[in-house]
Design a binder for this molecule. Structure first.
Ligand code: CDP
Length: 228
């Protein structure tokens, strides 16, 4: 007998967390929650309405007016902000270059962590982000820290962006490294590799290999819960 568990996946920018989590969740019939998409959605909304993202008070006042919704559809995750589909917009370099500033704010994290815990409460979930194992789901049955060198991660991100944005590989690598710095050094819920996480380095792993590694770990953790 196995049970459906909660899986926390953390790691730096472009480590492949969302690509991997999406496939694994589909194969196992788990719910996938892309918490980065939520921080991106809030960032898009603040930029769109001209709120100064460094002004904690202004951000805090704007938050109750931002209604965020995630919908899992056949064609992928849809992010709605006040009813508008912003799934494409939140992936632009413009939003990416501001999201870490927004994610560093306490009021933003409080709102999103509450939503994330709520969505995860039934179990059978994979959440990916920066603070899942440390803050959002500290009791998750399985914690993964997915990482790779900044060169590998920058290159993967550049391949995703190069057809839609005029940006060089060097520039993408630089912004990935800058975002890591901000996410790891902020006061509120910084990105950390918790002691009980399984570390997976993906530099030399294909998507298929990483997916399989994760599925094996989840299957084992599902069984483990029955004995202990
Ligand atoms: O996909 P990528 O690794 O580029 O980033 P993401 O998961 O979409 O997250 C975007 C940004 O949101 C991160 O750089 C963090 O600043 C923030 N974030 C966070 O602070 N906490 C999370 N649980 C998820 C994302």
């Amino acid at each position: 007998m196995s049970r459906r568990i909660s899986v926390a996946i953390d790691g730096p920018a472009g480590a492949g967390k969302s690509s991997i989590s999406k496939v694994v969740a589909k194969k196992l019939g788990y719910l996938y929650i892309d918490t980065g998409a939520m921080y991106r959605g809030i960032t898009w909304a603040l930029l769109e309405t001209g709120v100064s993202i460094d002004d904690a008070e202004a951000v805090s006042q704007a938050l109750p007016h931002i209604q965020l919704e995630l919908q899992a559809t056949e064609s992928g995750l849809v992010v709605l902000v006040n009813g508008r589909d912003v799934s494409q917009e939140i992936r632009t370099q413009y939003v990416t270059s501001h999201v870490s500033q927004v994610a560093a704010q306490k009021a933003v994290r409080t709102k999103l962590v509450e939503m994330q815990r709520d969505m995860a409460s039934a179990g059978g979930v994979i959440l990916d982000g920066r603070d899942i194992g440390s803050v959002v789901l500290p009791n998750a049955e399985l914690k993964i820290y997915l990482t790779a060198s900044v060169e590998t991660r920058g290159h993967r991100r550049w391949l995703e962006l190069k057809d839609s944005e005029n940006i060089s590989l060097e520039e993408v690598c630089r912004t990935v490294a800058e975002r890591d710095m901000m996410d790891m050094n902020r006061k509120e819920s910084p990105l950390v590799c918790v002691d009980d996480a399984v570390v997976i380095e993906t530099d030399h792993l294909s998507i298929e290999e990483t997916v399989q590694t994760l599925i094996d770990l989840i299957r084992k953790a599902e069984l483990g819960g029955c004995h202990g």
